[in-house]
Design a binder for this molecule. Structure first.
Ligand SMILES: Nc1ncnc2c1ncn2[C@@H]1O[C@H](COP(=O)(O)OP(=O)(O)OP(=O)(O)O)[C@@H](O)[C@H]1O
Length: 304
């Protein structure tokens, strides 16, 4: 559905993204991972036609039959927020602080031609779909009256408003606390028609995506099904990333158990890696992820 071929992004003479190619099939969830500055956001922004001033993209990117790169702004604008939409890391900067959230959800629909009264009704339905309590009341609130997690749900409602074919999420849960993160990730996984998910966090990729692209220095250095990349990383950068991921986001080093599954009960319930470890056994209900060396286990516990 999305085909990216030989995408380059430049700022003046400096090439920031080099020759990036990948595809996303309908319904597929693809993770884009890499260290800070590796070019993940610029790759996503070039698909959205939202590159900062002075930064340009070349190459080919198509959503179905529609070109996304090297086409007039009016054409990309028509696709943006409709066929293709994006959720950013910090909802407070993306939302208008002076406008009620229901009106902001409705606006993205009226911009694409839906009558105002219909858009207002649909906005409340969307707020309900992203599981905001009392959606009618939330629709009348201003962004500062909501929590960070609620604001991010509003952003998701905006992204879903026109029934996109592809949702791009750039670190959508980084600013949220760990429990809220898990709920948000579950929601995104449930509602995304197809997903390009950008994060630094391998554990999040493992819980969300079927395929992963690893970026380093502006290039995709490795890609493949999640299990292959996680169990047999080929690039040294990916190997390092996987080794580093033994630290949980909370900074606790979890037990490393060479060549075996962890004893039952060692890992708390609610583990996001459930059923993903190739060593899974019935005794290992909350299965940890397999890290780079093929033996050690690491785990991320959103609830503990
Ligand atoms: N407007 C700009 N002008 C010049 N260089 C830029 C601009 N925006 C980003 N860059 C550079 O492009 C490179 C890739 O940036 P990008 O934001 O895509 O990285 P990233 O992988 O998304 O990082 P992070 O995870 O920190 O968001 C970086 O070296 C960055 O400094």
């Amino acid at each position: 559905m999305l085909t990216v071929e030989g995408l380059h992004v430049r700022a003046d003479a400096v090439e920031l993204v080099h020759d990036v190619s990948f595809t996303i099939a309908p319904g597929e969830r693809v993770g884009l991972i890499g260290e800070s500055g590796s070019g993940k956001s610029l790759t996503a922004l070039s698909l959205m036609g939202l590159l900062p001033e002075g930064v340009t993209a070349s190459g080919r990117a198509r959503l179905g039959e529609r070109d996304l790169v090297g086409v007039p702004e009016s054409r990309v604008k028509d696709l943006r927020g409709r066929a293709l939409s994006m959720v950013f890391q910090e909802p407070m900067t993306a939302l208008n602080p002076l406008m009620r959230v229901g009106a902001q959800v409705a606006e993205v629909m009226t911009l694409h031609g839906r009558p105002r009264h219909e858009a207002r009704e649909r906005a409340v339905e969307l707020l309900e779909r992203v599981r905001l309590p009392e959606p009618g009341q939330i629709a009348r609130a201003y962004p500062h009256q909501l929590s960070g997690g609620q604001r991010q749900r509003v952003m998701l409602a905006i992204a879903l408003a026109n029934g996109p074919e592809l949702l791009i999420c750039d670190e959508p849960t980084t600013a949220l606390d760990v429990t809220v993160q898990k709920q948000m990730l579950d929601l995104i996984a449930e509602v995304a028609p197809a997903l390009l998910f950008i994060t630094h966090d391998l554990a999040v990729i493992a819980s969300m995506c079927e395929r992963v692209l690893v970026m380093y220095g502006g290039r995709v250095v490795e890609s493949g099904p999640l299990r292959d990349v996680f169990t047999r990383p080929r690039h040294r950068y990916t190997q390092g990333l996987l080794a580093a991921s033994r630290l949980t986001p909370r900074g606790t080093r979890l037990p490393t158990i060479a060549g075996s599954v962890p004893p039952a009960g060692r890992f708390p319930s609610g583990c996001v890696f459930r059923n993903r470890c190739p060593h899974a056994t019935p005794a290992c209900e909350t299965t940890p992820a397999l890290t780079g060396d093929g033996h050690a286990h690491a785990c991320w516990h959103p609830a503990d």
